[in-house]
Write a protein that binds this ligand. Sequence first.
Ligand code: SF4
Length: 898
Amino acid sequence: METITLTIDGLTVKGKKDQTILEVARENDIYIPSLCSHPRLKTTGSCRICVVDTGNAEKLETSCTTYIREGMKVQTQNQRVIESRRTVTELLLSQHNSNCMICDKNGSCELQDLAYEMGIDPDAIPYRTDIEKVTMDDSNPAIVFDPNRCIVCSRCVSACSDLMHFNILKLSNNGVETKIITHNDTRLLEAGCVSCGECVQVCPTGALFDRMARFKGRRWELEKVETICPYCGVGCSIELYIKNGKIIKVLGKEDGIENDGSLCVKGRFGYDWVTHRDRIRRPLIKRDGTFYEVTWDEALNYVTSRFKEIKEEHGSDALAGLASGKCTNEENYLFQKFVRVCFGNNNVDHCARLCHSPTTIALLNAFGSGAMTNSSREFVNSDAIFIIGSNTSENHPVIAKFIREAVIVNGAKLIVADPRRINLVDNATIWLRQNGGSDVALLNGLMNLIVKNGLQDQAFIDERCENYNELKKTITKYDLKTVSEITGIPRYKLREAAKILGKAKRAAFIYGMGITQHVTGTHNVYSVANLAMLTGNVGRESTGVNPLRGQNNVQGACDLGALPNVYPGYARVDDPEAKVRFEKTWGVQLNPKRGMTSTRMVDAIEEGRLKAIYVMGENPMMSHPDLNHVREIYSKLEFLVVQDLFMSQTAEMADVILPAVSFAEKDGTYTNTTRRIQRVRAGLKPIGESKPDWKIISELSTRMGYSMDYNHPSEIMEEITGLVPTYKGVSYDRLEGDGLQWPCPDKDHPGTPFLHKDGFTRGKGKFHPVDFIPPNEQTNTEYPFILNTGRILEHFHSGTMTRRTKVLNSLVPECLIEMNSVDANKLGIFEWDEIKVESRRGMIQARVNVSERSPQGSIFVPFHFAEAAANLLTNSALDPESKIPEFKVCAVRVEKIH
Ligand code: SF4
């Protein structure tokens, strides 16, 4: 790009042709005040605070909208400029309620800064209007809008529409009458605001503010700590603002690589659980059914002796451990090492079993790597996006923002395949509403149409893939009529979708638990991989197969070997070379027998083979299917140790509880869904006597006879880099800033944004043809409805965190069962009625939300609510390959409670 030379206040500077004066000034540390402009927003030049003198006698120019020109001479501080700014500032202050004494923005308010700089006393402005106070909009538990402080800079409107693409806010009226209103002129919550808080983050005054943070601390009183959001796998960079040992508020890190400063309602407002009174503060031992507080020595000695006794009496296989997708990489690494070294087996698993175990298997077999192939930011430049089984805007909200940008700004075609009318359907070119569990038929049908129309990428297939002829034989059986009958999707939609995918230059395939949590979970993922290879959409930017990981560090827990069949780095436990390598580093003999999956552990307890489980941060009493059965089985354990923050449903059953710390009290790293390893930093001291998981594991291991002596998680990472080739180039120093995306094979490697560029990790990509198999459980007259389960935006997993969060619990305080209005009418059920849902395994009661979101004959139950636990109903039938249960389909009946 052409370089341009100009002077600003007499200083010669250079810039690029498409840069504004304001941008070049900022790059050169030349201060120009501004209000409406913001680095992440489109410039409007509406506030006219940033005016500069460019020698134009007619007018001053707004530096945020004026592009630099060769030889330009810019004055930012001459008399003309200062007078103009002063007039504008006085005008703004004349209508602004300057109640700074009680404003949280005091000390960081950009209008206050201007008034201070210019020495303007708002009360002394001669034409100050008598401000007629307008009522604040406090409809939203998270965000308050005080129009009396609003300077109508329109940053909030721009953030809502241009960054998040929601269009909830807009400008109304003209001139001095201009004001910010919602799109339907109602209050925020009634206007459909999803409380992402982007407007709060960009507001230059205290007009839009975080309700929870009100009166708790002004900016100069708060300590800032940069870390990573503890909820979903997007891995948004956040800033914790801390005072007196409490998180006062959270902001998105403006240059966060995965989120560009944006957050969802959980990441921004869901933090008060960290210091909730329910936190377990001291170790607990249960005696005669009651928990008693004990010292760490007593608890750890007791756990050690019981583990040793059980191992001696019943053998090594009588012990198992559950690691956690919520804990850090270092903690998961230590946990699996503890199980392998101290228990002497490979009985270690974690929540990936229940979400993406099919991904790990299928993508490993198809491509040679079981992770997301591309980066979520790349979706912005895809020309087609196919989403199947992922309610992205509720489960991975910040990734949904990139998808909306691709569609709304860049014109990408979006295909959504989902039985529910999820929010992204609003942005979709085509919505394929397939019957639950018919994904393989749908994907085979699309592939058949693509091949029939000659739209496959034959060159890619010939050069880079194998087993194509076998695939062709299978997909040929899936003609339009058959597929339409199985899936319930009209033929014209199938044709249209196949055409879009076949013709796209950069198609990205995105999926979530909607396709993995089936008895055909692995087959479903094979089918997505087949479709991506068939259309040549792997190994390039903005394409790929992109499984969205649910928990903040479920990717890392898999990478670091918290799985029963692989060591860290996916080295197979039955591979003699890998075994020797790990034995050498760890200095012990290892057991080459594959361990038990978490779902198989339940069978092993029932059969009397498994006697003790050590659970770190998981809650199987909420997350496993068929909970009544699982609870009964777990109660047969001789010894259960739970390491957690709260008295979860699983902790209640424990013999010993070891209090761990939250993400905000520890150092370490998480690996997000795009394989990015990022630093987590402690901002708070541990609550009570709780300790980081890595310390507890180390102390327990040392007592068990295997010394673990680490002073800091960075030392554990050093050990990891010696064993895991894809993490080899990682160090804490290198993770400062944006972190690193694995594979990062050496200290100079910049990390890898997308995989399989010059060839698949396994050599050639392999097609795995699979046939449609119906779900394990079918409806009948006794159980006529299909039950679908999943997450909602405001809550997370088993609810231990979000149900203890004021804002999130106010937004959605109870389980609402989603039901189609046609079914509700037939059963005489109205909105908010209490209903009973029963499957062959259990029953729940909750109120009903009648809408068109779920299809007829199907209901949806979110799985966050212990008092109406969806998994009391679900089916424990397993996918034979990955052992994931079929959470997404089971038969139930519904009854109104009178
Ligand atoms: Fe946190 Fe995920 Fe929301 Fe980002 S999108 S703020 S990582 S929950």
